[in-house]
Each structure stands twice: as C-alpha cells, then as structure tokens.
Design a protein around this ligand. Sequence first.
Ligand SMILES: Cc1ncc(C[n+]2csc(CCOP(=O)(O)OP(=O)(O)O)c2C)c(N)n1
Ligand SMILES: [Mg+2]
Length: 347
Amino acid sequence: MAYDERLSFSVRKLQLMDEAGNCSTPPVKGEDMRKMYEFMVTARIFDNNALKLQREGRIGTYASILGQEASQVGSAYAMQKEDWMFPAFREGAAYLARGMPMHLMYAHWAGDERGNHIPPGLNCFSVSIPVGTQSLHAVGFAMAANMKNEKYATVTYFGDGATSEGDTMEAMNFAGVFKAPVVFVCQNNQWAISMPAKRQTASQTIAQKAIAFGFEGVQVDGNDIFAVYRATKEALEKARGGGGPTLIECLTYRMTDHTTADDAKRYRSDKELEEWKKKDPIDRLRKYMEKKKIWNADMEKKLIKNATERVQAAIKAFEEMPEAKPEDMFKYVYEKPTQALQEQMKS
Ligand SMILES: Cc1ncc(C[n+]2csc(CCOP(=O)(O)OP(=O)(O)O)c2C)c(N)n1
Ligand SMILES: [Mg+2]
C-alpha cells in the first residue's frame, strides 16, 4: 500500500511573544499597541464590574471574559470596519474593540432586549446563546459577500465545546465548498462548562479540523495578542482576496467560572488555574511595552482611572435607561411572531 504524499497535512503554530513579554517581530506599532492594551484593560474592568453587578442582583447570569482578552481584542482589532462579527456569548472584549457601547452590553446581561440592538455601522451581530448557531450565520453572510461581489469578510467566534455541535461543522463545510470569506476564531479555553477539552475531542488540535473541510487551520497562542492579531489579519486578507476561509484556534484559558451560575472549583484544580495565571495576556503585553519603554507606571495608573470612570459611566447609563418592556422579548425571535409566541405574550 502506497501513501499519496499530497495527502499529508500540517497545522501551523504561531507564537510571537513569549510569556515574559519578549518579542522580536511585533505586528503593530506604538499607537495601535497602546489601543489594544487599553481595550484589554477596559474589558477586564468591565468584566469585574459585571460580576459585582450580578452579585448585587443588578444584572442576570453573566459569562466572564477573564483570561481571554488577547484572543478577543487581537482578533477583533484585526478586522476592518466593513467586516462583520458574529459572536457567541463570551465576546465582551471583542465587542468593545468593535466600538460597542458598554451600557448596552450590561443591558444585554440584564435581559433587556435593547442590549441586543447593535448601533448601525458597528457591523456586529447580537450575542448567540445557543452554542454554535452563529457560525452558520457568519458563513451565510460571507457567502452573500461573494454573491453580491462585496469585499467584506466575516469573523465568527465560538468555543472548544462548540466544535462538537453539528452547526459548527456544517458551517465549516459550507465555508470550504463555497470558499466563503469567513474566519473561524475558536477560543479553546480548555473547558466547556465542566467538560475538559481533552474529553471534547480526540483530535490533537482543533485547528486540524479545518483540513477535512479543505482549508487551513492555524493554532495560535491565544494569550499572545500579537500572534492572534497577525493570524487574524492574514486570514482576513486571504478571505477578502478570494482565498476562502481559515480556522484559527486560540489556545487560552477561562480564568474563572463558566458563568455566574457555575462553580469551577468543583471540577478543576487550583494548580491548573495558577499555571494559567502566569500566562495572563494583559500582563504579557504590559511587560513587553515596559521593556520597550513605551509604557510606565504613571500611564498604567491613568489608564485604570480613566477606564474605571468610563465603566462607571456605562453602569449609570444602563441603570438610567427607561424601564424595559417585557413584551420586547417576544418581538425579535421571528419576523412575524408565531401563533404560539403570540399566545405566550398574551398570557
Ligand atoms: C445548543 C446548546 N446546547 C447547550 C447549551 C448550554 N451551554 C451553554 S455554554 C456551554 C458550553 C460551551 O462551551 P464552549 O463552546 O467551549 O464555550 P465557552 O463557554 O468555554 O466559552 C453549554 C453546553 C447551549 N447554550 N446551547
Ligand atoms: Mg470552552
């Protein structure tokens, strides 16, 4: 039996900045780098306050971003304004980098439909709670770009757990066959609630799943914002240029509970968490910038003060919104509400 050499495949791995913040080939310069850092820090402050609001009963269940800031900001920052983002439910930092007002994000987590009304021009879809469905939307939207001869690409976010959903695999199959300009960003944060990535799939990487669908899969250090940015930028350029889809697996870690309704201590060790804390994506970029003398303690203090004030203003704006209308929750499921929905609304 002979092997066909054309049928041997490989997965590219990408890390540009090590855990100590050393990097010889940063893909962005001063101003962009500072902005990326600011988005990550602001996202963390937003996140921390969301957890507090939930504990005080001022919002509902919340899914934290903690630890995944580089995967999200690095990829969202690589997008152009005309590209479209299709998030799952943990993409607060990606939303922020796309310009989403924070008070609307808090409104979403308070169960207020107005939080899903994305301001026109931001080119973002709303949060997708059903695991995996957003990738189908992203591929359809990307196929439309080809049909209409428009030059945007789409980015869809999902987790390691979502790769076990048929929807995600179907989306990738369509994307490959139709050469859709879409970038699949899988944040492999090692856990799907209490299910570890090792039990999610027997594949050595998630990136390699792309090969079966006829396109490239790249595995990046998801806590290295430079690597995430470069991989996404290249994938988007390829997509817009007619080269079809890419799957980017960002290796990262969910540094807290799945949501505020979960207790991760029941199924994973403190030791594992401590190991990942050493890889914190925000610390890593700060160390790099400090070494290059483009960041210092004074700038850090000012940024934290400013971001905290903006988050507090967003909380105020969210809490001062006129009372939400409960019937809103029925309005946006279908273009025309079904009879069953109409009956539920009446009762
Ligand atoms: C279709 C569907 N099945 C189950 C759930 C319940 N659920 C919510 S999040 C989640 C795990 C998702 O894991 P992953 O895709 O890795 O994303 P992460 O939460 O780690 O960001 C599950 C099973 C759901 N929301 N939708
Ligand atoms: Mg996960």
